[in-house]
Design a protein around this ligand. Structure first.
Ligand SMILES: NC(=[NH2+])NCCC[C@H](N)C(=O)O
Length: 406
């Protein structure tokens, strides 16, 4: 059986889950893209090609690449999983009992691949056969969505995140991304690659209303040596952090969590948009946000089943203490203030480390890439003119399933 274990941010990467988007991007228009958390519409073909460059590069580097679309298709082959997903994504409460039943019955007859495409790419009224009648059909246009597309599945980093011997299946902050979690729950529950896996589900596996306890994987950095760094951002709340940390400690998977407060705005929606770990003692940071005066806390088990919280002098100091390093090196976003702001927006800091000192990043961020180069960090460049419009780079677009520790 395959072992799912993520021991760090920078140890040899062995297996990742990616999502090659297609139908969901075809449905992205100027009128709906903002609501779906994209800043523009994309050339679907070009985005697919860029994504292929990314996945091929990872394969060439010896990393196993699993595609979410394939995993979901294979999961749908299992009757129980298919029924659960249909009942969850096309619920009676979403469509009304009779219409929901008819739509589910029609979807259940599609091929598994087609159904997986609808579950990620969305379904319109125009796509269901005319015989399915309801007041809902009569009050909607052919291009209205029965089920909205999930273009942000592209960012597999966020919906679940693996931390040491387990995973958190994340309650997402934004409405546009909430249904992604159900697709991932089904994969981890039923797909043969995971179903009998001996891994812990730290948080988010139940179908309940998590209310304000939201958490997204872009905010979670597995620093290694028992430490996890979590950003409290636009998406990840202190409530979400408390649930995850409590579970990490109860399962004895982490001995220390550093929680850092981030501004609540889109340009730094997740910690990994402003900070990533790229070599044992080296981090990439956007200094406008990761400043020396950011508020941060170290959380440790209090010995009685609770959490002890200590306010830290600074983030860098807290990391040095946790990792036992004399001095952490920071590589800041390149260029002057204008260039740095532009490159951070285009995910210059959001690189995916494949092994210590070797990262994948967008080729367009020339100023920052030059700084990485000068610091002895190897950048394997990928095109991202289209993919980048969703506001995510190589780290956001990958969910490590297996990675060595440090
Ligand atoms: N880990 C990340 N930084 N993910 C970026 C996600 C971008 C996505 N459009 C969103 O708004 O949710």
């Amino acid at each position: 059986m395959k072992k799912h274990y993520v021991g760090s941010e920078i140890g040899q990467l062995r297996s990742v889950m990616l999502h090659r988007p297609n139908l969901s991007l075809k449905r992205l228009t100027p009128s709906n893209c903002q609501e779906l958390l994209f800043d523009d519409v994309l050339s679907v073909e070009r985005a697919g090609e860029e994504h292929d460059v990314f996945s091929n590069l990872l394969r060439q580097q010896g990393v196993e690449v699993l595609l979410l679309g394939d995993l979901l298709t294979e999961t749908l082959d299992i009757t129980e999983a298919r029924e659960w997903l249909l009942n969850t994504q096309i619920s009676d409460y979403r469509l009304g009992p009779s219409f929901a039943r008819d739509v589910r019955a029609w979807l259940a007859e599609r091929s598994f691949r087609e159904l997986a495409n609808y579950l990620t790419g969305g379904l319109t009224y125009g796509e269901i056969p005319e015989v399915i009648k309801s007041i809902s059909v009569e009050t909607h246009d052919a291009n209205d969505f029965i089920m909205k597309p999930l273009p942000n599945h592209l960012f597999t980093r966020d919906t679940s995140c693996w931390i040491y011997n387990g995973t958190s299946i994340n309650p997402m902050a934004k409405q546009a991304r909430r249904r992604e979690t159900n697709n991932i729950r089904a994969i981890y529950r039923w797909h043969p690659a995971f179903a009998d896996g001996a891994f812990i589900k730290y948080f988010g596996n139940e179908e309940i209303n998590y209310d304000h306890a939201t958490l997204e994987g872009g905010d979670v950095l597995v620093l290694g040596r028992g430490t996890v760094l979590i950003g409290m951002s636009e998406r990840t709340t202190p409530q979400g952090v408390e649930f995850l940390v409590d579970s990490l400690f109860k399962h004895q998977q982490a001995t220390r969590v550093i929680a850092v407060e981030l501004p609540k705005h889109r340009s730094c929606m997740h910690l990994d948009t402003v900070m990533t770990h790229i070599d044992i003692d080296t981090f990439s940071v956007y200094p406008e946000v990761v400043r020396s005066d950011v508020q941060c806390w170290t959380l440790t088990p209090d010995g009685h089943g609770g959490i002890k919280r200590v306010s830290e002098k600074g983030l860098v100091y807290a990391i040095e203490q946790a990792l036992g390093l004399d001095q952490v090196k920071l590589i800041t976003t390149g260029g002057d203030a204008f260039e740095a702001e532009r490159e951070q927006w285009n995910d210059a800091n959001n690189v995916l480390t494949i092994r210590p000192g070797v990262v994948v990043g967008y080729e367009r961020n020339t100023w920052t890439n030059e700084k990485y180069d000068k610091a002895g960090i190897t950048v394997l460049p990928i095109p991202g003119d289209e993919l980048g419009r969703g506001r995510g780079g190589a780290r956001c677009m990958s969910c490590p399933l297996e990675r060595d520790g440090i």
